[in-house]
Design a protein around this ligand. Structure first.
Ligand SMILES: [Zn+2]
Length: 205
């Protein structure tokens, strides 16, 4: 079965849009089509005054032109950068925001991916440090190498170690975590346990 929702101040989405607070939202702003059989969700603008956008992971607004496929966890902006615009998560159109299960599923997937990248980076760093530490020793024991060549090789190795160490700063991944692993309801950063169960401070799950 295909369900169709008109999102807007006079739409049939499963939550109410405040006329005054979100006046950048048109009466009929966008249309969400949910194909229950295939699980494909499609979004299009309904000729709204201020446009429909998809908000990506970095917070960029991507204008919706024509019909686009979205996920239940896709963030949708009705009205873009205007102060009276409204940002919603696609599944709230269907369930009214009574459950955050799709968001927590997505968070779990994102956290697993992040952890995998973190452990790969730690491993890469370990091997690079070992190799760079061995390089000066190799320079010292290679016979027939002049003192000047030994000195240059050792300097280059320690310089590389310092430069690569600062590029591969693991805090960038920690920052990504604090920016993306957040509660879909209250916006607080979540612990691993929170992601598995529910947001401790606000109880969203
Ligand atoms: Zn919360």
């Amino acid at each position: 079965m295909i369900k169709e929702y008109i999102i807007g101040r006079e739409g049939n989405q499963n939550f109410k849009i405040d006329d005054e607070k979100f006046s950048a939202v048109s009466r009929r702003h966008a249309r969400l089509t949910v194909d229950e059989a295939s699980g494909v969700w499609r979004l299009c603008d309904e000729g709204s005054a201020n446009g429909t956008y998809i908000v990506d992971d970095k917070g960029n607004l991507l204008p919706v032109t024509g019909e686009v496929v979205v996920a239940p966890t896709t963030r949708i902006s009705l009205g873009g950068k205007r102060y009276n615009a409204l940002t919603i998560v696609a599944h709230t159109v269907v369930d009214g925001g009574s459950t955050f299960a799709p968001d927590f599923d997505e968070l779990e997937r994102r956290l697993a991916d992040l952890k995998q990248r973190m452990s790969k980076k730690r491993n890469d760093l370990k091997w690079r440090r070992i190799l760079l530490a061995l390089l000066p020793i190799a320079c010292l024991v290679i016979p027939g190498l002049g003192n000047e060549a030994r000195f240059i090789s050792i300097s280059v190795a320690s310089l590389l170690n310092a430069v690569l160490g600062s590029i591969d700063d693991p805090t960038t991944l920690a920052e990504e975590r604090s920016r993306t692993i957040v509660c879909p309801k209250c916006g607080r950063a979540l612990t691993d346990k929170d992601v598995e169960r529910h947001c401790c401070p606000c109880g969203a799950h």
